[in-house]
Design a protein around this ligand. Sequence first.
Ligand code: HEM
Length: 345
Amino acid sequence: MAAAEPQAILTPTTSAAMFLTLTIHDGAEDDVRDVLSAINGLRRSVGFRIPEAGLTCVVGVGAAVWDRLFGRPRPAGLHPFRELNGSRHHAPATPGDLFFHLRADRLDLCFELAQLLTDRLDPYARVVDEVHGFRSFDERDLLGFVDGTENPDWPAAPAQVLIGDEDPEFAGGSYVVPQKYLHDLAGWNGLTVEEQERAFGRTKLNDVEFPDAEKAANAHLTLNTIVDENGDQHQIMRFNMPFGRVGAQEFGTYFIGYVRTPEVIEQMLENMFIGKPPGIYDRILDFSTAVTGNLFFVPTNDFLDDPPAPAAAAIPSAEEDTPASGDGSLGIGSLKGSGDESPTS
Ligand code: HEM
């Protein structure tokens, strides 16, 4: 059998993006499945008119609706986003059953497709969060730093982002964690450039990484470098975008990370919010407040085009919808297991 085709995750960065998070009404599951199967067609209808703008749409599905929409099996790593409470900073878990990541080099294409999708879903789902992102100069965030440089490159990227033999029913899928952050720009701009660079562990103007020995323990780069006991680095693919409203003094970064197993992003978040060691939390959080947090599974295009309905007798009870690992642990231990389980294997 031919390998299932992944959704368009690993595509070049674009100058515009829209991020839509929706909740699904009870009883609308059959209709939502129908809309999901139409998404790739709608994307072609809009994108084909201006092919050079590179319109893509990635769809994610949350843990709370998976069984209702599709029954079993379910992706091994799918569970609700786990909120984190550090000594100073909080990463909330917020509602979200469906997620659309729309990207193009023109916002009008994203907007047109978003309009078609939300029109179709209107009777069955509600948009609970909507962000329009834009490229800022040379891929900078609103803190002024180039964002995305250390994403995994080809040919390594698919092995970091796409599920393989460890979950054969869902091979070619992925997980996505979106989080909306609001910045205290006045506070951040009150720092010297040297203090800002120390917070990230990179230079601001020309985006050069500090040598490891010169990186602070609470620098963003220190806390987001995940190396397992075999010396393998576990990476994620980020497509962060700035957004905001100047009149409201709202300045934000929409963080979005794709990964083969959620444990990698969960370890990064634990390092950032709780600290490594606990208390040594990420300095950029003193100027960045997380206001949303979600985890979604990203099925393959083959799954999306023809989504399975739950078998009537197999619809699970509500208790079975609880997180896969109820012990509160991040389960990162399994990353340190045999090479076969490792995303880099
Ligand atoms: C306010 C939100 C955030 C901002 C403004 C931000 C910005 C940045 C910047 C400027 C860099 C350095 C250049 C680069 O490699 O991209 C970076 C690196 C990175 N960030 Fe973030 N980030 C944010 C949130 C997060 C979160 C929530 C995670 C993970 C859960 C994360 C994971 C990473 C990783 C893995 C790297 C690369 C580390 C390396 O290998 O050097 N970031 N981020």
